[in-house]
Every structure is written in C-alpha cells, then in structure tokens.
Design a protein around this ligand. Structure first.
Ligand SMILES: N[C@@H](CCC[C@H](N)C(=O)O)C(=O)O
Length: 280
C-alpha cells in the first residue's frame, strides 16, 4: 500500500524518527497514519524508529509538526523530533533558518545553525506547566509542584510531574543502573489520566543532570527525550536542586536546557538517510 513512499530517517541524540514530507500533498491518508506509523517504526520489519514525523503546511506558522509514537498514538510535542523537523524544513527550503512551527502544543519558535557540518537547533519550548489539571495529574499533593509517593524499587519514592508539551513524571535517583521497566508502574498509573512519560534523574552538579526516560507510546527505552530533559530541569530547578540552566546527559547525547519564564532546548539534529519504501 505504501510502495514508492519517500521518507527520511533522522535522529536527535539517538531518539530516531521516520520523517514523511506532506508539505505539498498528503502522502499517508489521515485514517491510515496510525497503521502506517506502527508498520514503518517496527524494528526488523519496517525502517525501525521511536516515532514518525509528518511535515505539513500551516495556515498560522511556517510549517506544521505532527508527531506519532511508534505505537501509532499521536502526541502533542516531541523535543528531539522537532529539532529534526526544523533541520528538514530548512534543508528543503520550506522556511528560513529562524521560523515558527505549529504543533498540537502551540506555536514553537526554532532556530537552526550549522557548525562544522553539524546541524544544531534551539527551540523555545514554552513555559513548563505545573498546574495538576493541565498536566494532567490526579490526587497527590500540589505545593507549586505536583507530587505523590509510589512504590518503586521495593521502597516508597517521591514522583513529581510537569507538562512540557506532553506529560512527564520525574523521579530523582542516586544511580541510573536499574531495570527501566520499573517505570511501567508510573506510565499508566491512574494518577495520570492521559498516561505519562517517566524520567529518572541523577543530579551530578548544580548544572548537570543524567537522565533515563521511559516514554509513553514506545515499547523500549528511548536513548534521549527532549521534552523529558526540559521536565527534569524544570522540576529540579523549581525544587532548588539545580540551577535553571543545565546540561542534560542521556545515553544518546547531550542537551542544553534553560528554564526561565520560557524553556529553551538546544541540541543536534542528524539526517541519516533518505529512502523509498518498497514493501511494508
Ligand atoms: N521523545 C520525545 C517525546 C515524544 C512523545 C511522548 N512519547 C509522548 O507520548 O508524550 C521527546 O524528545 O520529547
């Protein structure tokens, strides 16, 4: 059904995506998008990716960013994904290197630069949202940051939450050496009516954090999460644990995050190859 469909494989710090260009015309009918995404993202059978991005025209910005997780669910934002989208839009000549993108989480301002052949993108991710109803997070306690106690790793652990375009839970740990599937106890817990991404953060210094993320809508651990990195710095700086400007280190690479009135994320965007589907 998708024979001959052109795509681009990209990644942002190892968080990988199949990018489909619908800027001039729709190539995957709306009702088939979830099924297409599940098939194309499936490792070994498809291209293999954490998610798929559709580049579309916009009536309110320079281009529209649509993001689907590998399970076919659509998400309002993806931090690593929007950097790849930004590079693609600029390389294809659809916008200048500073442009605005429409997303389901609002309009985002993007700036693309090239240093030594590498593409870097700075994204205004907007203001992190702490109000429980807007995360959304139920029950728990709200004292500026939503939090609740969960049974994890065989003990009681504090879990914090924030929305940085999509819902995120943040757990502070002393070591990142554990089974990530422990996060399933949080990901679809009733405290999070729309589910949540789960980030484990180890504070290294006032300006550096190491993070592992288990995402909503993805089977395996992703190597990096942009909205998750913003969530960790937003929560940790609000609790006074780190400065609002910090480096986030993940298995796939490094992001620079600044959380003030709005949050900025800066990181690389890599275009791996362009291809054509033969059989899916
Ligand atoms: N990898 C992403 C987040 C993608 C969306 C997420 N899985 C969700 O469903 O909320 C990022 O880099 O931000």
């Amino acid at each position: 059904m998708f024979e001959g469909l052109e795509f681009t494989k990209m990644h942002g710090n190892g968080n990988d995506f199949v990018v489909v260009d619908e800027f001039h015309e729709e190539v995957v009918p709306e009702e088939h998008k979830p099924q297409f995404v599940r098939a194309v993202c499936k490792p070994r059978f498809g291209v293999g990716a954490d998610g798929a991005i559709f580049v579309q025209p916009s009536s309110v910005a320079d281009a529209k960013f649509r993001y689907f997780n590998s399970d076919g669910s659509e998400a309002a934002m993806c931090g690593n994904g929007i950097r790849c989208f930004a590079r693609y839009v600029v390389e294809e000549g659809y916008a200048d290197r500073r442009f605005k993108a429409e997303t389901l989480a609002g309009i985002k301002e993007l700036e693309v630069s090239v240093k030594d052949g590498e593409y870097w993108v700075r994204v205004d991710m907007g203001k992190p949202v702490f109000e429980p109803a807007k995360i959304p997070a139920a029950g728990g306690t709200f004292d500026g940051v939503w939090h609740d106690t969960f049974e994890l790793f065989g003990r009681k652990v504090d879990v914090y939450a924030v929305n940085t375009g999509v819902p995120h839970a943040v757990v502070f740990v002393d070591s990142l050496d554990f089974d990530i599937l422990e996060a399933r106890k949080i990901r679809y817990n009733k405290a999070f009516p729309e589910g949540t991404n789960v980030n484990f953060a180890r504070i290294v210094s006032r300006n550096e954090v190491e993070v592992r993320t288990y995402e909503r809508g993805v089977e395996d651990e992703t190597l990096s999460c942009g909205t998750g990195s913003v969530a960790v710095v937003a929560v940790a700086s609000k609790l006074g644990l780190i400065e609002p400007e910090a480096i986030v280190k993940t298995k796939g690479g490094v992001l620079r995050i600044e959380v003030r009135d709005t949050a900025f994320m800066t990181g690389k965007a890599t275009r791996v190859f362009d291809g054509v589907l033969k059989e899916l």
